[in-house]
Design a protein around this ligand. Sequence first.
Ligand SMILES: C[S@@+](CC[C@H](N)C(=O)[O-])C[C@H]1O[C@@H](n2cnc3c(N)ncnc32)[C@H](O)[C@@H]1O
Length: 220
Amino acid sequence: MRDYYAKRAPIYNESMRYGTEARDIELVSVVESLVASCKGQEVLEVACGPGFWSAKVASHARSLTAVDATPEMTALARDALNQFSNVDVLDWDAYQLSRLNRKFSVIFMVDWWSHVPRAQVSPFVYELGEVLKPAGKVIVIDGWAGTGYGTISTQVDPQTLDTIQMRKLPNGQIYPVVKNTPTEHELRDAFRSPSFDSDSTHYVSDAASKRWIFEVSAQK
Ligand SMILES: C[S@@+](CC[C@H](N)C(=O)[O-])C[C@H]1O[C@@H](n2cnc3c(N)ncnc32)[C@H](O)[C@@H]1O
């Protein structure tokens, strides 16, 4: 996965059509909703990539810590965010968030949840709980099923039940990438843990961007 994203990093924004007028229009309601949630908050962004979403949030958040495990991505994110004094970009594994030794009032991630193998969902949710402040909120944003740059075939692993997309990069290299699309019910189930109030969840599906947004609050 990291190897795939290391190779894709230089073309990531282009491959997502980020920064084009048409894409901005598609994403407007998702961006507005995310920015509203991050206003004045101490924000953690998981798997920030080259910093497209970080840049949307940075000037509204009190602070933003953006983490990603692929150095080729964090290098781009640092470039994209260097004008913001309230932003830190860290090379960090999403499955090791508790080692940040810091808590945040809002945690968000875009197009990351779908890459978490089913077997890692519970440990990942545990890590989220460890770095979320009381009364804090987790926001998960991801794409509808069937979306995935350069996908040439898709199959479900019979053992893990993860959906695996075979993805081709412009240089011809092909990588297997986990790309699960959870239902709202599965998302709510994933956050049935002592850290979260699973009755506080909110799910919306946005046709313009072909994305869903799931929110859950910390346990009171
Ligand atoms: C689909 S991209 C999303 C990037 C960004 N959130 C966006 O929407 O533009 C997935 C990101 O996950 C990162 N990643 C892969 N494995 C990771 C891990 N174990 N911990 C943190 N980030 C990881 C990749 O480097 C990549 O930047």
